[in-house]
Write a protein of this length. Structure first.
Length: 302
C-alpha cells in the first residue's frame, strides 16, 4: 500500500507519522505535502498534449528523484479521455517507466491501468505510448507514476497553483516487464550474385533497444544477425528457375519479437548461361511485380 508523505521545511529526510525513514527525495523550497510536477497527457485525437498538470508552465529544477523510486501524483481529468501517452519533464538518460493507476477507493493508488517502459533522453519531455490505452472519466481521481533507474532531476512548474498529492513506491527495474514489441523491419533492397543473394532492411525501433534480427527463407529460419543485411548462399540444382521468399523479424533486448516483415520473393531464371545478364523478378506481395536487370559475372557454359 502506498503512503502519503509530508514534506517539512528545510527537510533533511522524509518522515512517516511515528517513524523516520531514509530520504527519498531532496527538496528545494518545498514545504508542503503537495508539489507541482510537469506532466502532460496525450490522446489519439491530436499529436499535441491534450491536458495534464502544468503542461504549459516553465520548468524549474526542484526535485532530485532517487533511482528506482517511483514518484506518484494524483490527477483528476476535466473530461472523459482515452489516454495514449503520458510524459514528465526530467533529465538523465536510462531506463524509465511511467504508469497510470486507478484510485483504490480510499484516496490512494490502486491497480495499474497502463504503463510505458522506455529509454529516457537528456533533459526534456520523457515518455512513449502506453502498452494499453487507458480510458479515464471526468472528475474521477487517478494517479500517475514516474520512475527511473538512475537519480534524475524531476522538474516542477514555476509559479504554479496546480499542486498535487505526492506518493512514493520502490520500483525494481530488474523486475519491470517490457511488454512492447519492436517495430516491423522493412526489406528495402535485394542484390543477386552468381551463387548468393544479399538483402537489406531498414532498422526496427524499440523502447529498450534492438538485440538483432532473425532471417527466414521460405518460412525456415536461416540465422540471427545484428546487422541490417544478410547473405544467403544458394545451390543451383540446374532448374530453369529458382525461387526464394524472405522475411525478417526483430528481437528487442527483453526478447520480445516483432511481427514478420512483408515477404519478398526472389525468382532467378537460370536457363540462359551464355549471356552476361539475367532477368531477376523481385516480388513484394503488397506491390506490383517489378522486373530488374542484374549484372552477373558468369562464364559461358561449355
Amino acid at each position: 500500500m502506498y503512503q502519503k508523505i509530508i514534506f517539512f521545511t528545510f527537510v533533511l529526510g522524509i518522515f512517516f507519522i511515528g517513524s523516520k525513514v531514509e530520504a527519498v527525495f531532496k527538496i528545494d523550497n518545498v514545504s508542503q505535502h503537495k508539489v507541482a510536477p510537469m506532466i502532460r497527457i496525450f490522446t489519439d485525437e491530436t499529436e499535441l498534449p491534450k491536458t495534464g498538470v502544468n503542461r504549459d508552465a516553465k520548468p524549474q529544477s526542484g526535485v532530485v528523484q532517487i533511482g528506482e523510486i517511483e514518484g506518484i501524483y494524483r490527477w483528476v481529468p476535466n473530461e472523459d479521455l482515452e489516454v495514449t501517452k503520458i510524459q514528465f519533464f526530467s533529465s538523465a538518460p536510462g531506463k524509465a517507466v511511467i504508469k497510470i493507476y486507478s484510485d483504490n477507493g480510499f484516496g490512494d493508488p490502486g491497480d495499474v491501468l497502463g504503463e510505458a517502459l522506455f529509454y529516457s533522453n537528456q533533459e526534456g519531455w520523457q515518455g512513449v505510448n502506453l502498452t494499453d490505452f487507458v480510458k479515464v472519466n471526468k472528475d474521477i481521481p487517478y494517479f500517475i507514476g514516474y520512475a527511473h533507474e538512475k537519480e534524475i532531476t524531476n522538474f516542477l512548474a514555476d509559479n504554479s497553483n496546480e499542486l498535487t498529492d505526492f506518493y512514493w513506491n520502490k520500483c525494481e527495474f530488474d523486475k519491470v516487464v517490457d511488454y512492447l514489441i519492436p517495430s516491423i523491419p522493412i526489406i528495402n533492397e535485394v542484390d543477386v550474385s552468381l551463387d548468393y543473394i544479399t538483402f537489406m532492411w531498414d532498422p526496427s525501433f524499440d523502447n529498450f533497444g534492438i538485440k538483432g534480427y532473425l532471417v527466414y527463407r521460405n518460412g525456415i529460419e536461416l540465422g540471427f544477425t545484428n546487422e541490417l543485411f544478410f547473405l544467403d548462399f544458394f545451390v543451383n540444382d540446374e532448374e530453369n528457375e529458382i525461387e526464394f521468399s524472405y522475411t525478417v523479424q526483430a528481437i528487442d533486448t527483453s526478447n520480445n519479437y516483432s511481427e514478420l516483415s512483408e515477404e519478398i520473393v526472389v525468382r532467378i531464371n537460370t536457363d540462359r548461361p551464355n549471356v552476361d545478364t539475367e532477368d531477376i523478378l523481385i516480388e513484394n506481395h503488397y506491390d506490383q511485380l517489378e522486373e530488374i536487370e542484374i549484372e552477373l559475372e558468369r562464364e559461358a557454359a561449355d
